[in-house]
Design a protein around this ligand. Structure first.
Ligand SMILES: Nc1ncnc2c1ncn2[C@@H]1O[C@H](COP(=O)(O)OP(=O)(O)OP(=O)(O)O)[C@@H](O)[C@H]1O
Ligand SMILES: [Mg+2]
Length: 232
């Protein structure tokens, strides 16, 4: 069961400076398969966390637990209500609308309570698209886009929702090193400017070790290491 911290709206505001997620001895079983085993983990506001491990180690399952999409078989998950801390996700399979253009996909994040008007949204979108080098591709249909462009569109869509927490599952698996670094730079900018908490799963530990942040390393569903990248 996901346990949302209880309290008045006013109290929620105070919780913003406390943890984003707290996992207390969490295990997830899919039938006979133990995808996560006794994970205890705290994610604090404004942290950048990389979840690493080989294929099948449990990275996606851990992200899904944090997002509230998978319930633990054992243990408890604490998070703060979505009204206070909004989570945006980049899924491993991206979940883009294939028959729509890249720009139309990004517009799904438009929320008029977050932007002064559509022009402000459009100008932010174009600025971010420029940084990622896809400003000329926004009119392309997603079904005609390559894997790298799709990943950038999914990331742009997630960021344009102005989240407090970004959960990204293998967001650079189709990107070369240069584009991966650029994407990280964008997230780092939001981390510094808006205190965005980032949880980023990657099988490429060597790449994410070069970025500032913490690493949670999983092997066969077990948490093997949690701490700064420089010590792993
Ligand atoms: N819905 C499911 N039903 C049954 N088993 C599942 C399900 N989802 C994941 N698993 C199993 O749980 C384990 C962890 O899977 P998970 O997808 O979390 O790993 P991962 O580290 O994200 O792998 P990858 O790098 O390939 O994305 C694997 O053994 C996988 O086969
Ligand atoms: Mg996965």
């Amino acid at each position: 069961m996901r346990e949302v911290l209880l309290g008045s709206k006013k109290n929620y505001q105070n919780l913003k400076d406390q943890f984003v997620f707290y996992l207390d001895n969490v295990s997830v079983d899919y039938g006979n398969c133990s995808a996560l085993k006794d994970i205890t983990l705290t994610v604090n506001p404004g942290e950048i966390f990389f979840v690493t491990g080989k294929s099948g180690a449990g990275k996606t399952t851990l992200l899904n637990v944090l997002a509230g999409d998978v319930k633990p078989t054992k243990g408890r998950v604490f998070g703060v209500d979505q009204n206070v801390r909004f989570i945006s996700q980049v899924f491993q399979d991206l979940k883009l609308f294939e028959h729509r253009t890249c720009e139309e996909n990004i517009w799904f994040s438009y929320d008029r309570s977050l932007y002064k008007n559509k022009n402000e949204f459009r100008s932010d979108m174009l600025e971010l698209a420029k940084v990622l080098g896809i400003q000329d591709k926004l009119g392309d249909k997603v079904k005609d886009a390559n894997g790298g462009l799709k990943q950038k569109v999914a990331m742009l869509r997630a960021l344009m929702a102005r989240p407090n927490v970004l959960i990204a599952d293998e967001p650079t698996s189709s990107l070369d090193k240069e584009s991966s670094i650029k994407l990280f730079d964008v997230l780092n900018f939001y981390n510094i400017k808006r205190k965005l908490t980032v949880i980023w799963a990657s099988h490429n530990r060597e790449l994410v070790k070069t970025f500032p942040g913490k690493i949670v390393h999983l092997e066969n569903g077990k948490l093997i290491y949690s701490g700064h990248a420089c010590f792993i």
